[in-house]
Design a protein around this ligand. Structure first.
Ligand SMILES: *[C@@H]1O[C@H](CO)[C@@H](O)[C@H](O)[C@H]1NC(C)=O
Ligand SMILES: *[C@@H]1O[C@H](CO)[C@@H](O)[C@H](O)[C@H]1NC(C)=O
Ligand SMILES: *[C@@H]1O[C@H](CO)[C@@H](O)[C@H](O)[C@H]1NC(C)=O
Ligand SMILES: *[C@@H]1O[C@H](CO)[C@@H](O)[C@H](O)[C@H]1NC(C)=O
Ligand SMILES: *[C@@H]1O[C@H](CO)[C@@H](O)[C@H](O)[C@H]1NC(C)=O
Length: 439
């Protein structure tokens, strides 16, 4: 009865709807739903089960990579977002859609799925952003229950941007701001102008099977940036970039990263936190089963002097390192500024951070660095089963400054004497160094 697609004439549909509305007293939303099924709407909407499918092609997108399809994407989003029942926006396979900055505003009336089967490319010319917010390209905000998948490609065409790049604005290819209940999966992101994917003020995010790729030399091309968000998981993804593989900042909590591989770039980072005296709280972060290969840092916590708040209850476990320049680092003197940063007494406090089952090779001698605040030394730092050898065959060392914690099981490089509060279950082994040489 509900599916009117087979109706032979517009008139029959209207008669039916008028009858249906009057006799059955349908809600306005449901009437709209019936309207979507009129022949009038057939060119933009098909139906799979209870979901309406809107192809961007139905809104005039050309998909030739030359003609600007921005308006078609905007229109498709507007219709899907106001659809009274679940809808799918389809970006067809085999095509390349050139789109400029788009505001995907929510909240939507029902759940929306964006099926990216084809490719979406950004304009090459950074000049397109003149007079617009330079941070945004695909900007989703206040959207709930959104799924994006499909196996397609999102290409930020960053090359020109990198070469012109002078000012430090954080351009983000895809931004999710104030999102709730987001699924992002099966997507490839290429050559973003700067950050690839940013979540800010989001809750309940599941990101999986992502491939992110930008040259090792591209500036500020963080892959996944999580800020002021909670309940975020990033799993089963391959990332190769010029900057952070994953960065977690702001007031974020309950974050899990699992089975992610990071190649080149700056590794996995909590921070930077506390810049310009900011108050920042990051807690309950679990990073596990990750591999880091030829990255500048491995697992890092970095805070600026002068901030406040804390970083606590962080677990890094089962990480494989290959020729990583600074495999494990806590740096409370982070200073990414042209002039040196003044010493200050306040700090983002660091405690209860564990590094468990971390193995592989370090490109530098100093494989572990804990450089903590004098006023608030790092505490409850745990090293368990950590084995970091030198990729060039020499020894590795650990540096400590105001850091205290415990070790358990085998730990190499040898912990600083000042670090150790307690040693738990130090097994008798024939000498850690010879252990590494023989393996
Ligand atoms: C880990 O992620 C890769 C994709 O990067 C996937 O192929 C593999 O199946 C995942 N492993 C597990 C155990 O889920
Ligand atoms: C963290 O939240 C507090 C309020 O609890 C706010 O004052 C502060 O600016 C936030 N910090 C960041 C980095 O978002
Ligand atoms: C340390 O953090 C872990 C989570 O990583 C948590 O389970 C544990 O209870 C914390 N320990 C203390 C003493 O707070
Ligand atoms: C390790 O990394 C360093 C610096 O990034 C590089 O110079 C060196 O060639 C790399 N070594 C190996 C064995 O890949
Ligand atoms: C900050 O303190 C450190 C160690 O106490 C000292 O070596 C350094 O010179 C100080 N830096 C400045 C800018 O005062």
């Amino acid at each position: 009865m509900r599916n009117l697609r087979g109706s032979s004439s517009l008139k029959r549909c209207f008669v039916f709807i008028v009858w249906w509305t009057l006799c059955a007293g349908l809600a306005k939303g449901e009437l709209l739903e019936e309207l979507f099924q009129l022949p009038l709407f057939q060119h933009i909407s098909a139906q799979i089960g209870r979901k309406h499918v809107f192809s961007v092609d139905g809104f005039g997108a050309k998909g030739d990579g030359i003609i600007d399809d921005t308006q078609a994407f905007r229109d498709a989003w507007r219709v899907a977002c106001s659809s009274p029942s679940q809808s799918i926006v389809e970006i067809p396979t085999g095509n390349t859609y050139l789109v400029g900055p788009i505001d995907f505003a929510g909240p939507c009336i029902s759940k929306v799925t964006l099926k990216v089967y084809g490719s979406i490319v950004a304009p090459k010319d950074p000049g397109i952003w003149d007079g617009l917010n330079p941070r945004k390209w695909l900007y989703f905000h206040s959207v709930k229950h959104l799924t994006i998948d499909g196996g397609g490609v999102i290409n930020g065409m960053g090359e020109e941007w990198w070469s012109r790049h002078a000012v430090k604005v954080q351009r983000q290819a895809i931004t999710f701001h104030k999102c709730n209940n987001l699924n992002l999966r099966n997507l490839a992101m290429l050559d973003s102008q700067q950050m690839h994917i940013a979540f800010t003020n989001c809750e309940e995010v599941r990101a999986s099977n992502l491939k992110v790729n930008a040259p090792a030399s591209s500036p500020n091309t963080d892959a996944i940036h999580i800020s002021s968000s909670t309940e975020v998981t990033v799993i089963n993804s391959m990332i190769s970039t010029g900057d952070d593989c994953i960065s977690i900042v702001g007031n974020s909590s309950n974050i899990e990263v699992r089975n992610v591989s990071c190649i080149a770039g700056h590794g996995i980072s909590i921070g930077s936190l506390g810049r310009a005296h900011a108050l920042s709280k990051v807690e309950h972060v679990l990073i596990q089963k990750v591999s880091l290969s030829h990255t500048k840092n491995g697992l890092r916590v970095k805070t600026w002097q002068g901030g406040s708040g804390y970083v606590q209850h962080i677990k890094f476990q089962f990480a494989q390192m290959e020729n990583v320049s600074r495999p494990i680092i806590i740096d409370q003197y982070y200073c990414d500024s042209s002039h040196s940063c003044a010493n200050q007494t306040s700090a983002v406090r660091v405690k209860n951070i564990s590094f468990t089952h971390i193995k592989g090779s370090s490109a530098t001698e100093e494989a572990i660095r804990f450089s903590c605040s004098e006023s608030f030394p790092c505490k409850e730092i745990e090293l368990e089963d950590v084995q970091l050898s030198s990729s060039s065959g020499g020894i590795t060392t650990m540096f400590c400054w105001n850091a205290r914690g415990s070790t358990e099981g085998r730990v190499y490089p040898l912990p600083c004497p000042s670090f150790v509060d307690s040693v738990i279950e130090q097994k008798s082994i024939p000498g850690v160094i010879s252990y590494w040489k023989s393996s």
